[in-house]
Design a protein. Structure first.
Length: 585
RNA sequence: GGGUCCUUAGCUCAGUGGAUAGAGCAACCGCCUUCUAAGCGGUCGGCCACUGGUUCGAAUCCAGUAGGACCCGCCA
C-alpha cells in the first residue's frame, strides 16, 4: 500500500514540474498533516515559499499547482486558503479502500523499505562484574525499540552488546580476589554477582588508596593482556557469571542481543595504532600516542588530543571504539551504525567519528550516529537513587514495578467482585509492570533527562502503558462477548464511515506507516508512542459513541473491522516498543 | 577556557518553518439498566527564559544574554 503522504507528495511534485518546469524537480512540496480538521487532512505549503523565486503571488502559484494536480483518486477537489495553503481532504472512498488493504495484509500494509540497509544498533552495554542498574535501562529499551522498528521496516539489523569486559577494572578485581576469595577465580559457582559487586567496590577503594595494590593490579592487567592462563581463566569466570545475571534481565525484558564485548576487538588494537601512525595522524605527547583533534581545544587553547595508546603502552576506549568502527564497516559491512548511549558521551563520539573520518575508515556512504539520551532522575530531580543513596539495581526496579502493578490489579479485581486465578494475576502484573517501565521511558523525547516515577508510569489514565493495554483489551472484550473471530471477518465486507469517531480512527490508522518512517529517520521512539496514544484515545472515543455488537449490518461488520485494525495496529506498534499486549486485564 | 544539551500551562512533557501552541496529571463540573468507567465529555490554566536577526511566516533556523545539566590526557 502506498503511503498517503508519499503518494500525495509525488503527485504534488509532478504538478510543480508540470506548472513551472523541470527546474522545480527537487522542490519539496512541504506537505504536512493539518493541525485543524477544518483545513482538511493535509496541507501543502510550497506556494508561499516559491513566491520570491518565481516572482508571483503565492495564491496564484497555488492556483497553478492545483490546475496541474491530479489527486482525484485520493482527495476531494483541493482548496486554496489563506496566503496560499493548498488544503487536501481525503475522499471517503479512498479511506475505505486503504483500510481494506490494511485489513488483508499481515503487516497492516506497511511497505518494506526499497533499499534495505545493514544497520548495527549498539546498545545496553553493561559492565562485567557490575550489576545492571537504572542507567542501563534507557539504552537497553531505546536500543531494542529502534532495532525492532528498523528490522520491521526491512533493514538487516545486527544488535550488538558492547559489554565492558576488558580493562583496568579486571586487574583490580583479580588482584583483590586472589587475596580475599581465590575460589571465585576458579569456579563460577563460588560467588554470585552481588558478591562480585561488593568485591569490586572493595578493590576500587584499595586501588585508589594502596600503591602496592595499584602496582599489583597493573601487573595483573599486563598478565591478562599477554594472555596469562590463570588470569585469563579468572577473567572468563567473572564474565560468565555476569553474563548469567544479565541474561535474566534480558529474558525478563524480552531483549535479544548479541554479545560482542570490548575484548573482541583486542587483537585489532595494535593495527589501529600502526595505521594511524602510517597515516601520520598519530603524535607522541607526554609519553602517550595521541591524535590531535580539530575543533576541540583544551584549557590553554591548544588542540585537544585523543589518546590512542597510553604512556604505559595500554589502550583505552577510544582505541577500542575505533577498532570497532573499522570492523563494523569492513567486516560487518554496515551502512548505518547507531550508538545508544547517554548524552554525556556526545563529545567522545564526535571525536571518534572525526578520527575515523580523517583516517579514511569512515566513508561518506556509511552513517554513524550517536543516539543520546538524558539521565534518569528521581522525583526530587536529582540522580535516581535508593533511599539509602545506593544505585538502584535494575532487577529491584523491575520487581518493584511488577509488585505495584500486582497490588493494583488485585485491588481492582476485588472491587469488581471478579474471581481470577493467581496465574492470571501474575501474568497481568508482569506485563503491565514491565510494559509500564518501558513505555514511560520510550514515551519521552530521549534527549531530555527523565524523571522516574512508579506512580506516573503505572497510572491508569493518561499516556501510559496501562491505558493503551486497556484499549487493546476493550477490543478483545468485544470479540469475546460477540463470539467474533477477527481473522474470519469477510474481506469482501465494506468499511462504512459515518460517525465522526469512525473517520477519526480511519484517518489515524492510515498514518501508521508515516509514523514508522519518521521513527526510522529520527530514531525517536516517542513518536510511535504518541501515535499509539492518540490511536487509543480515538478508539476510546469511538467505543463510547458507537455501538459495535448492537449495530445493524452492514455497519456492524464495518465497525468490527475498525476494531480489528485498531487492535492489530496497537499490538504491532507496542511490539515495536518491546511491549506485549494482554487479551484480558 | 572549549564543547554538547536543556529552558513551552501549577507539575510531567509533546510539538514536522505554516493558519487560533497541544497532551497527560493536578483542580473543578458532568456521564455507568446497555461491548470492562483502567473509559468519555466539559471548565480552568501560556511573555514558548530574555534580546536581536533571517523569513511572506519563527516555540521551531541564526547570533547574543541569563539560568540549569553534562563532557573535556592516560576510567568507559
Amino acid at each position: 500500500m502506498k503511503s498517503t503522504l508519499i503518494d500525495l507528495t509525488s503527485r504534488l511534485q509532478a504538478a510543480l514540474i508540470a506548472a513551472f518546469g523541470s527546474e522545480l524537480a527537487q522542490t519539496d512540496p512541504i506537505l504536512v498533516p493539518t493541525q485543524n480538521p477544518k483545513f482538511g487532512d493535509y496541507q501543502a505549503n510550497v506556494a508561499m515559499s516559491l513566491a520570491k523565486p518565481l516572482r508571483q503571488k503565492p495564491r496564484e502559484i497555488a492556483v497553478q499547482i492545483v490546475e496541474h494536480l491530479d489527486v482525484s483518486g485520493l482527495c476531494e477537489p483541493p482548496e486554496i486558503a489563506g496566503p496560499g495553503f493548498i488544503n487536501l481532504k481525503l475522499k471517503t472512498d479512498y479511506l475505505t479502500a486503504q483500510l481494506k488493504t490494511m485489513q488483508k495484509s499481515d503487516r497492516l500494509a506497511v511497505e518494506a523499505v526499497k533499499q534495505p540497509q545493514k544497520v548495527i544498533v549498539d546498545f545496553s552495554s553493561p559492565n562485567i562484574a557490575k550489576e545492571m542498574h537504572v542507567g542501563h535501562l534507557r539504552s537497553t529499551i531505546i536500543g531494542d525499540s529502534l532495532a525492532r522498528t528498523l528490522a520491521f521496516l526491512g533493514h538487516d539489523v545486527l544488535r550488538l552488546n558492547h559489554v565492558g569486559d576488558w580493562g583496568t577494572q579486571f586487574g583490580m578485581l583479580i588482584t583483590h580476589l586472589r587475596q580475599v576469595c581465590p575460589e571465585a577465580l576458579t569456579s563460577s559457582e563460588a560467588v554470585d554477582l552481588g558478591d562480585l559487586v561488593a568485591f569490586y567496590k572493595e578493590a576500587k577503594q584499595r586501588f585508589d588508596q594502596d600503591e602496592a595494590f595499584k602496582a599489583a593490579s597493573r601487573e595483573a592487567v599486563v598478565e591478562l593482556q599477554s594472555g596469562g592462563e590463570e588470569a585469563l581463566r579468572a577473567w572468563q569466570i567473572l564474565c560468565e557469571q555476569s553474563r548469567r545475571e544479565f541474561q535474566k534481565i534480558y529474558d525478563r525484558l524480552n531483549i535479544q542481543i548479541t554479545e560482542r564485548g570490548e575484548s573482541f576487538y583486542n587483537p585489532l588494537l595494535p593495527d589501529v595504532v600502526k595505521d594511524l601512525k602510517s597515516l601520520e595522524l598519530l603524535e607522541t605527547d607526554q609519553g602517550a600516542e595521541v591524535v590531535f583533534l580539530t575543533g576541540f581545544t583544551n584549557k590553554e587553547g591548544n588542540p585537544q588530543p585523543l589518546i590512542i595508546q597510553k604512556s604505559n603502552g595500554g589502550y583505552n576506549y577510544a582505541t577500542t571504539d575505533l577498532a570497532a568502527i573499522r570492523y563494523r564497516i569492513q567486516r560487518d559491512e554496515a551502512d548505518r551504525i547507531i550508538y545508544v548511549t547517554d548524552a554525556g558521551q556526545a563529545n567522545h563520539f564526535m571525536q571518534i567519528f572525526q578520527v575515523a573520518r580523517r583516517a579514511g575508515w569512515l566513508p561518506d556512504t556509511v552513517e554513524v550516529v550517536h543516539v543520546p539520551f538524558g539521565l534518569v532522575q528521581g522525583e526530587d530531580g536529582k540522580k535516581f537513587k535508593t533511599r539509602s543513596g545506593e544505585t538502584v539495581r535494575l532487577r529491584d526496579l523491575l520487581d518493584e514495578a511488577v509488585k505495584r502493578a500486582r497490588q493494583d490489579v488485585e485491588q481492582r479485581i476485588q472491587a469488581e467482585g471478579r474471581s481470577e486465578t493467581p496465574e492470571f494475576i501474575q501474568q497481568v502484573a508482569e506485563k503491565v509492570g514491565i510494559g509500564a517501565v518501558k513505555y514511560a521511558d520510550l514515551s519521552q523525547n530521549r534527549t531530555s533527562d527523565y524523571i522516574f516515577s512508579f506512580d506516573k508510569m503505572l497510572a491508569l489514565q493518561g499516556n501510559t502503558a496501562p491505558y493503551m493495554l486497556y484499549a487493546y483489551v476493550r477490543v478483545q472484550g468485544i470479540s469475546r462477548k460477540g463470539g467474533i473471530d477477527f481473522s474470519q471477518l469477510g474481506t469482501d465486507a465494506p468499511v462504512i464511515l459515518a460517525d465522526e469517531a469512525e473517520f477519526a480512527i480511519a484517518k489515524h490508522l492510515l498514518q501508521f506507516d508515516e509514523t514508522l518512517a519518521a521513527v526510522e529517520q529520527e530514531l525517536l521512539p516517542n513518536r510511535l508512542c504518541q501515535y499509539l496514544f492518540e490511536l487509543s484515545q480515538k478508539y476510546n472515543q469511538f467505543y463510547d459513541r458507537c455501538d459495535v455488537l448492537q449495530a445493524a449490518e452492514p455497519q456492524r461488520t464495518s465497525r468490527l473491522i475498525l476494531c480489528d485494525l485498531t487492535a492489530r495496529t496497537l499490538k504491532l506498534g507496542l511490539s515495536l516498543l518491546g511491549i506485549e499486549v494482554l487479551e484480558r486485564m
